[in-house]
Write a protein that binds this ligand. Structure first.
Ligand code: CU
Length: 474
């Protein structure tokens, strides 16, 4: 490895990774190195030590061209075990990065090489160990296909986070001890005043069970937002990733209109709007044709159930950038109205469903135990499937909180929302709001043991995670 890139790595990652960097030097040509390490960011004028996933160039995350095989050398530069899941990718099961299902976590200083065929789209990678995601152990993983490369547009990736200065374990302990979700619920993060009550579910819903110190867009808050310089009248494609641990958000283009062209890395029939729901772990590719004037437009990301927000600024020409307030209108809870409007560009092939599995999403009582069908899980098998089957999963949320449900190793089509049949989007994560019933279908074409879980990191660590296991028996 040339000295210059090592220097970048040192600058980007701190000395903890230096040892690992030396080892990475031996990586074969064509292998992309990525190191889990610590880094310092500034949040509201205070230094915060967080985790990160830096490439050799010191950049967080990476971009691939779809045509080439991915070879990734992951190095653990942390002083604790970690393992990274390639969210949205469909590698062989042993490369999926889930301890207990695919491979053991990497100990400090250990490396592992991954080697799989990439799936194009806006994806990301994040730790699947404990609560590390809350400490920002996540980064974009963009795979561009031929059409992306040919498009006459400026691309910009935005990774969203919710941020706390507290130790995530302390938050989980508090949630588990002091009256469940309500413990951390004071302080207004779930304040319903000013809410659009027509959007409320039948049961009293809880929107947020954790209060955050800040919300970040590419690690920055609105007092110092990232500014994306664009051409007057130009075209911009935002690849937005909700990497928050526990916050569903709205993407608010303000005075601009955009076209949602892909969700979770899958093309859809474009939908024009200014406000788009983006649940935890979901991705949205939004194409914006900028008006023909030199002006700066804030793009806001608004966590549901709060008046807080984060954002970036798209500045066309010499458009002047004004100060943007960090508080605004109360954002209503996400619902599935928008989801009903989405249609996959390429859905599942017409084929009968082999079997429908029913899953009740349950829990969230005072003990803060979450799970399926009344039982907390972690790596337990929820149901078995056989290679070649078309499986439908009908989820019914019996709890008072929304759950962004993620299936590993597959992309599913949303085929039913509250009893209404649709040929919806292909996704890997779907939000199931309180009282809602959502049905998804997928083809069992990737043998293994696959995690199926709520992507709210505290719910997941409190039992709302299980496995879909391939079985051979006839
Ligand atoms: Cu959940």
């Amino acid at each position: 490895m040339p000295l210059i890139s090592r220097r970048h790595l040192i600058a980007g990652m701190g000395s903890a990774v230096l040892l690992t960097a030396g080892r990475q030097a031996a990586a074969a040509p064509g292998v992309t190195s990525i190191a889990a390490g610590t880094r310092i960011i500034e949040v509201k004028g205070k230094a915060a030590k967080v985790f990160g996933l830096a490439s050799e160039q010191g950049k967080q995350g990476f971009t691939f061209a779809a045509e080439r095989q991915i070879r990734i050398a992951l190095a653990n530069g942390l002083d604790e075990p970690t393992l990274i899941h390639w969210h949205g990718q469909t590698p062989p099961t042993e490369q999926d990065g889930v301890p207990g299902l695919s491979q053991p976590a990497l100990k400090p200083g250990e490396s592992y090489e991954y080697d799989f065929t990439p799936r194009s789209g806006t994806h990301w990678m994040h730790s699947h160990v404990g609560l590390q995601e809350q400490k920002l152990l996540a980064a974009p993983m963009i795979v561009r296909d031929k059409a992306d490369l040919a498009a006459d547009e400026q691309e910009h990736v935005v990774l969203l986070h919710d941020f706390t200065f507290r130790e995530p374990q302390e938050i989980l302990d508090e949630l588990k001890s002091g009256g469940g979700g309500h413990a951390a619920h004071g302080g207004g993060s779930g304040d319903m005043s000013g809410m659009d009550h027509s959007k409320m579910a039948m049961a009293p819903a809880m929107i947020n069970d954790v209060s955050f110190d800040a919300f970040l867009a590419n690690d920055r808050t609105l007092d110092d937002p990232e500014v994306v310089r664009a051409e007057v009248g130009g075209r911009v494609r935002l690849r937005i990733i909700n990497g928050a641990a526990a916050s569903n958000m709205w993407v608010d283009l303000g005075g601009l209109a955009g076209e949602l062209i892909a969700v979770d890395g899958n093309a859809i029939a474009p939908v024009k709007a200014s406000l788009f729901p983006l649940a935890i772990a979901q991705r949205a590719d939004i194409r914006i044709a900028l008006p023909g004037e030199a002006k700066a437009w804030p793009i806001l990301f608004r966590p549901e159930g709060t008046n807080r927000r984060t954002g970036i600024v798209i500045a066309a020409g010499n458009g002047e950038i004004g100060k943007i307030a960090e508080e605004g209108d109360m954002a209503p809870p996400l619902d599935l109205d928008f989801e009903l409007r989405l249609t996959a560009r390429k859905g599942l092939a017409p084929e009968p469903i082999t079997r429908t599995e029913m899953l009740m999403l349950t829990g969230g009582d005072k003990d803060y135990v979450w799970g399926f069908n009344g039982k907390a899980s972690m790596h337990d098998t929820l149901f078995g499937v056989r290679l070649g089957e078309r499986i439908a999963i009908m989820m019914h949320n019996m709890t008072s909180m929304a759950h962004p449900m993620h299936l590993h190793g597959h992309h599913f089509q949303v085929i039913g929302i509250n009893g209404r049949k649709i040929a919806g989007a292909m996704r890997d994560t779907i939000l199931v709001p309180p009282n809602a019933a959502v049905t998804v279908a997928f083809d069992a074409d990737n043998p293994g043991n696959w995690a199926f879980h709520c992507h709210h990191v505290y719910h997941m660590n409190a039992g709302m995670m299980g496995a879909v296991a391939y079985v051979n028996a006839a």
